[in-house]
Design a protein around this ligand. Structure first.
Ligand code: HPA
Length: 273
């Protein structure tokens, strides 16, 4: 099993010196949702380039910044720029924001992402609360990361995703008049968007949305004892569900159009925690 405490010792030490108060919640921002940081009171921004061993992000729309911010009297740790498997990184690198949150004594994590809609009832621009994940395609890597789960880690995973945090998210959506869908997020490693045949299979096996992030972050966070929840922005219909061709441009364009709704939801969640 990997010793992340050893691997990221220096980086964690720097962050522990910079961020001395435990954040109330950690927020991982998905594709095109990075602007959220601009809408809260940022106290300190650290470029991940300044952190020894932090993997550089290689995608447009993923900036590589860690913000320590405040909103509604709550302390928030924000990760702007995520690290994906399809960029060639190891699972220990992809889950680094989770490990940092844990090391900074954060007890809750809210994971966001852009995803393709498999459920035909969804439309681009919808928000979906992940009631569960399908991480079948990443089991081997998760085992490398978590090892043989201890009894405590297994118990932690029995409240995954977090019922308490999910309830807050649903309440926040209701208060903001946001129609929050619910469904299963199906993880794929990428590197490309799926084929229509793959999407047909995922749909038949209970997948409602598909994306290339979040599942491993969420499982790892939960195994470490963080209350973990996730919301997806449906940026496009998955391959074969609609006749429209998929593109990263569509993903970022829809994210842009839904920015305000997303911002309202996240702010309300933060005020309710
Ligand atoms: N598939 C995988 N990942 C995605 C998609 C998709 O359709 N849309 C946004 N991220």
């Amino acid at each position: 099993m990997l010793d992340l405490g050893f691997k990221y010792k220096e980086l964690i030490k720097i962050l522990q010196q910079e961020i001395t108060e435990a954040p109330d919640i950690s927020l991982i921002l998905g594709s095109g949702l990075g602007d959220f940081a601009k809408s809260v009171n940022v106290k300190r921004t650290i470029s991940t380039k300044e952190l020894p061993g932090y993997p550089p992000s290689t995608i447009t729309g993923h900036e590589g910044k860690i913000h320590f911010a405040e909103y509604a009297g709550k302390k928030i740790l924000i990760f702007q720029g995520r690290i994906h498997f399809y960029e060639g990184y190891h699972i220990s690198e992809c889950t680094l924001p989770v490990f940092i949150s844990y090391k900074l004594n954060c007890k809750k994590i809210f994971i966001t992402n852009a995803a393709g809609g498999i459920n035909p009832e969804f439309s681009p621009g919808d928000l979906m609360l992940a009631v569960s994940f399908n991480g079948m395609f990443i089991k081997k890597e998760l085992t490398q990361l978590i090892g043989l789960a201890t009894e405590k880690a297994k118990d932690n995973l029995s409240n995954f995703t977090s019922k308490e945090l999910n309830d807050i998210i649903k309440k926040a959506a209701a208060e903001e008049n946001i129609d929050l869908k619910e469904g299963v997020y199906w993880y794929t490693k990428g590197p490309s968007y799926e084929t229509p045949a793959e999407i047909r299979m995922m749909g038949r096996f209970g997948g409602d949305a598909v994306g290339m992030s979040s599942a491993h972050e969420a499982v790892f966070a939960s195994s470490l004892g963080l209350a973990t929840s996730s919301v997806s922005l449906i940026t496009n219909m998955a391959a074969g569900i609609s006749p429209k061709k998929l593109s990263h441009k569509e993903v970022t364009e829809t994210a842009n159009l839904s920015k305000d709704k997303f911002e309202r939801l996240v702010k309300r969640i933060i005020s309710l925690i």
